[in-house]
Design a protein around this ligand. Structure first.
Ligand SMILES: NC(=O)c1ccc[n+]([C@@H]2O[C@H](COP(=O)([O-])OP(=O)(O)OC[C@H]3O[C@@H](n4cnc5c(N)ncnc54)[C@H](O)[C@@H]3O)[C@@H](O)[C@H]2O)c1
Length: 329
């Protein structure tokens, strides 16, 4: 058994944004070709703490070197006030020859980066025509920080960032961290969410809202909304937009905005395509005036793809702790 902690996972992934995006792109392609197994995620919730949850994401990613495993990720929003991160996670990779667990990885870093890589890939694929010079980030936490790092890697012309958070002090410290990490960017804190929505035609939503709260009237025509937190938008907004998902069966669950919309209208006709379909079809042309909304449920195959990249890099660099007698016999 190979055990890799957060520091070692970071060491394997820092500066490897392009490789992570390629691993994510390849996972979407394999999913589109039917070469994956992806049972629904299991949501474990608790009787006396409605906000907390732990999600299990089992998955199989087939190809020449198939991978199987599971991510087990908890969200305890109260952690933030205690100075801890909201999300924490572990991931097991299993051998496809014997089924045995072979590697245990800290997975909050993997999870954040695969989410950001998929958002950046969607931005590069679906963004309005012309150079993308600005982005608004709504929700100033772990995910949107990684989104900015991956957007900067994929969109070299990006130079202006507008951030908004319900908690202004978090927005300000986030802005300072962004400037420290990416000194070429001009980062400003918006006073109102409407100002952030109006500032740029590329917007990433990564809040912890559990019910729709956002009116999008101030968005400019042709805006691309990366709806990573999945529950910010009303069914009316979803119905008015061009909706791109990662997997319709997965995303129309668990009270996401798309799930609420499906419940309201009784069908999924409001979903235009999956990102995998668009990546496989050079002929997709976005509507330059419509609001395009990318809502990725966050597929376990992305975690496996990035975990496998981490394992291969760790093998190469000799990272991690090996426990030869972890399994019996
Ligand atoms: N779709 C995916 O694949 C995927 C993957 C990972 C995380 N997520 C989601 O991304 C979201 C953000 O995760 P995180 O780890 O960055 O969380 P976090 O707790 O680190 O940060 C969330 C931030 O959002 C702010 N916020 C909450 N409600 C807001 C609102 N209405 N308007 C503006 N700001 C608001 C909070 O103050 C906080 O600063 C979560 O909802 C998480 O479930 C999605």
């Amino acid at each position: 058994m190979l055990i890799l902690g957060a520091g070692q996972v970071r060491q394997a992934l820092d500066g490897a944004e392009s490789e992570v995006v390629e691993a994510v792109r390849q996972a979407y392609r394999l999913h589109e070709r039917g070469l994956t197994e992806l049972p629904h995620s299991v949501f474990l919730r608790f009787p006396d703490s409605a906000r907390n949850r732990i999600i299990g994401l089992p998955a199989y990613l087939g190809d020449d070197t198939p991978v199987a495993g599971i991510k087990w990720i908890s969200s305890f929003p109260g952690n933030v006030a205690a100075g801890l991160e909201r999300a924490s996670a572990a991931l097991i990779l299993n051998s496809m020859r014997t089924g045995q667990p072979e590697a245990l990885l800290e997975a909050s870093v993997i999870s954040a980066r695969r989410t950001a890589a998929s958002a950046a890939l969607a931005a590069a694929t679906l963004a309005p025509a012309g150079p993308q010079t600005g982005v608004s980030l709504i929700g100033c936490g772990v995910i949107n920080f990684e989104v900015l790092v991956f957007l900067s890697a994929l969109l070299p012309e990006l130079d202006t960032v507008t951030v908004f958070d319900l908690d202004r002090s978090r927005a300000e410290s986030f802005a300072a961290r962004c400037t420290a990490r990416l000194p070429g960017l001009k980062v400003t804190v918006a006073d109102r969410v409407e100002d952030a929505l109006a500032a740029h035609r590329l917007i990433a939503l990564a809040t912890t809202a559990s019910t729709p709260h956002l009116a999008v009237e101030s968005c400019r025509p042709g805006t691309l909304l990366l709806h990573l937190s999945l529950r910010d938008l009303t069914p009316e907004t979803i119905l008015a937009g061009v909706n791109i998902v990662d997997d319709a069966d997965h995303v129309c669950r668990e009270a996401t905005s798309l799930h609420l919309t499906e419940q309201q209208v009784g069908n999924r006709d409001f979903i235009t395509a999956s990102l995998g379909e668009i990546l496989a079809d050079d002929g997709y042309r976005r509507d330059e005036t419509a609001l395009t909304i990318f809502s990725p449920f966050g597929l376990g195959i992305l975690d496996l793809a990035v975990a496998d990249l981490v394992r291969r890099t760790a093998d190469h660099l000799g990272l991690g702790t090996r426990i030869p007698d972890f399994l019996p016999g």
